[in-house]
Design a protein around this ligand. Structure first.
Ligand code: ZN
Ligand code: ZN
Length: 135
């Protein structure tokens, strides 16, 4: 389990939040995590979830996405990848990206510790739906 390696005490709530993130690759918000767990993991409050997520972000276990101006999303996948948000239905997808040019970054003497790449547009479902409505 990821938690042991970073010295985080694995309380029931923390383990539940981490498992939820690993099992639900939808980039959930605090609200979604709460709705998904509150019945199974008492006592659990939104504040607990928020604090747990903050701890995970601080320890570099998960990443925080600010792709949406209203909600912060969380992602257990911390490998390098970009995100796509459908402006119609709000779904969030991962987009694989290739490494950038390391030589250029080195020559600029930059030490990069994070990167967020956000794309916006319409997802396949919404495009299909629109095509369907036109016909
Ligand atoms: Zn969509
Ligand atoms: Zn992601």
């Amino acid at each position: 389990m990821k938690l042991h390696r970073t010295g985080i005490k694995p309380s029931i709530q923390r383990v539940a939040v981490m498992e939820y993130l690993i099992e639900h690759r939808i980039h959930p918000t605090v609200e979604q995590i709460f709705n998904g767990l509150c019945m199974n993991v008492p006592p659990l409050s939104k504040a607990t979830i928020y604090n747990t997520l903050k701890l995970f972000v601080d320890k570099g276990l998960i990443q925080m996405l600010r792709i949406d101006e209203r909600n912060v999303h969380y992602d257990a996948d911390i490998s390098e990848h970009a995100h796509f948000k459908c402006t119609e239905c709000g779904s969030l997808f991962d987009i694989p990206i290739k490494h950038f040019n390391v030589e250029i970054v080195n020559s600029m003497k930059l030490l990069i510790t994070g990167c967020h790449l956000y794309y916006f547009g319409r997802c396949g479902k919404c495009i299909d739906l629109e095509d369907h409505n036109i016909k």
